[in-house]
Design a protein around this ligand. Sequence first.
Ligand SMILES: Nc1ncnc2c1ncn2[C@@H]1O[C@H](COP(=O)(O)OP(=O)(O)OP(=O)(O)O)[C@@H](O)[C@H]1O
Length: 281
Amino acid sequence: MRGPVRGYREPDAPAPVAAMVGMEGGRRAMISFDHVGKHYAGRHVLDDVSLTIERGSFVALVGASGAGKTTLLKAINRLVEIDTGTIAIEGRDVAAQPVAELRRRIGYVFQGIGLFPHMSVAENVALVPRLQGVPREERAARVAELLDLVALPADFAERRPAQLSGGQAQRVGFARALAARPAIMLMDEPFGALDPVTRDELGAAYRALHEAMGLTSLIVTHDMAEALLLADRVIVIGEGRILADQPPRALIHGAGDPRIEAMIAVARRSAARLDAIAAGR
Ligand SMILES: Nc1ncnc2c1ncn2[C@@H]1O[C@H](COP(=O)(O)OP(=O)(O)OP(=O)(O)O)[C@@H](O)[C@H]1O
């Protein structure tokens, strides 16, 4: 992708100016969870979750397998329907909105991406704009712009998904999600299947796009280091509840909960070991 490929944003740096426009005395809420509950077979998967995500923020959802991260994310675009409580986007209850319309305004990227195999890259990227009635020439221009933005050569437009590497397909997935000009991007382990270098590059490049496009971004990841390096705010989920909700620096300095301390310790130990190897210790 274009933009600074290396060097994530300083984790606790202030929010982009675009995100602050039109606010009085605080950041404006983009997504609000109000006492949200979800259960499967009598077991709580989301247990009375209340949460506000501000416009322009970059939030990581971390936690053990089965903690409820994906459920929380999918409740926003109604791939999962909640049992109790309310989720609102800019004050409008998502349950009261036509689902297709809601999803077209929310970019969604997940591991393995789900490109349509019988369509070219260009057709995949232009799918939602086509459904939105964007004229053909404008769609072609948008595809070219988006492929450039995610640093794929223009001639990739005619390729089929089977002719792409995993990292290239994931870039197309980002381009497709951004094609409808969403205000919100939901990402579920979007870098999970990639090699570490591509993962790092794509993460940093997406962070730059987030800034440039004034997006509100939520990423689900197992990887605490990735969450701490990418996000402005890290929400740790455990058994359907919020165990911690802090900026990276604050979380590193005192998570309190031993389960979270353990996740941070893993990231710290890897960094310390690398330093020790580099120093010849
Ligand atoms: N459709 C479903 N029917 C029954 N149980 C489900 C369903 N979807 C999810 N669950 C259960 O809900 C719990 C939370 O799942 P969820 O996918 O949100 O967890 P997660 O934190 O994203 O996990 P992972 O990191 O492994 O993806 C899990 O115990 C899972 O088995």
